[in-house]
Ligand binder design. Structure first.
Ligand code: ATP
Ligand code: MG
Length: 274
């Protein structure tokens, strides 16, 4: 792993806030995460405080849950507020669950600070098991109706896009919210503007249920080569999407567990057991 880039390290050590802010405008959150482990606690705190809020949220979302809980306790209140606003709902729900495990009163206060709609969505998400699709999904998908024209959908997308986790796939739902079809952004863009969604949607949607095990979700994504899968409830209503980034995190954790399990195997036993 690369060592902390010299200018960043120097600015951190000198407490040169101005230079730090400039450097942090340019840095990619993943690059910071790559060197996170070699930073001291104080420098991590400074970075999380000085980063532009969107990047701070991206770094935060990738930290272990104990660290997240700690930062939500100790970061300045304005930064905590920004983090809560910037995080996508699935990451927000995970972070609040982490806090809840350690400090229920703080978790309650943080939830109360959310706007009512976000709070309701987060509470909904925290009902699901962590290792099932429901625990990985976010409700920030784009849903359209069969009867809409391509032109109407594109107009709708302009408004919906800023808050959506992804706009590459649009899901078609009926009046009960049941999942009826899917189309890609490409399908949409190449179609005649007067075409109805019903004519270009794919009605055979590969999907999972809220209680589908996360390993099964990962396998379906790999088999079908989809980067996003829709999640339905017991009645077939669309309730969220799982994106590949969350699934990759799952696979990484499981691979690490497997390696630890292998490493713990008692070799002499294996050798002499025949
Ligand atoms: P292509 O690869 O054919 O150029 P594309 O780039 O528009 O298509 P892809 O992401 O490759 O989009 O998706 C291919 C097709 O798969 C799209 O038409 C999309 O509607 C469909 N699709 C996306 N998600 C699902 C899903 N969960 N179940 C079934 N079909 C899906
Ligand atoms: Mg494609």
């Amino acid at each position: 792993m690369e060592r902390t880039p010299a200018p960043l390290r120097q600015a951190l050590e000198e407490g040169d806030t101005l230079t730090l802010r400039q450097l942090l405008e340019e840095v990619h959150p993943q690059d910071l995460l790559a060197l996170w482990d070699e930073l001291g606690g104080e420098h991590r705190y400074i970075l999380l405080t000085l980063l532009p809020k969107g990047k701070a949220a991206e770094v935060f979302a990738n930290l272990p849950s104990e660290a997240q809980a700690e930062y939500l306790k100790t970061l300045p209140p304005w930064r905590v507020r920004e983090l809560l606003e910037e995080l996508s709902l699935d990451d927000l729900a995970d972070a609040l669950q982490a806090v809840e495990a350690e400090d229920a009163a703080l978790a309650r206060r943080l939830k109360e600070a959310l706007d009512p709609e976000t709070r309701a969505e987060v509470e909904e998400l925290t009902r699901y098991e962590e290792d099932e699709a429901g625990g990985l999904m976010t409700p920030e998908y784009v849903a359209v109706r069969e009867g809409m024209t391509v032109e109407e959908v594109i107009r709708f997308l302009r408004r919906a896009a800023p808050d959506a986790e992804t706009i590459y796939y649009l899901y078609v739902v009926d009046e009960e919210g049941r999942l009826k079809g899917v189309l890609s952004l490409r399908d949409l863009i190449v179609a005649d503007p007067r075409t109805r969604v019903a004519e270009i949607q794919n009605p055979k949607v590969v999907h999972v249920r809220t209680d589908t095990d996360q390993e099964e979700v990962a396998r379906l994504m790999a088999d079908y080569d989809f980067t996003v899968l829709p999640v339905v409830d017991g009645e077939g209503r669309l309730v969220g999407i799982v994106t590949v980034d969350d699934v990759l995190d799952v696979l990484e954790e499981e691979a690490t567990e497997d390696i630890h399990r292998l490493a713990a195997v008692d070799v002499p036993d294996l050798v002499y057991s025949q």
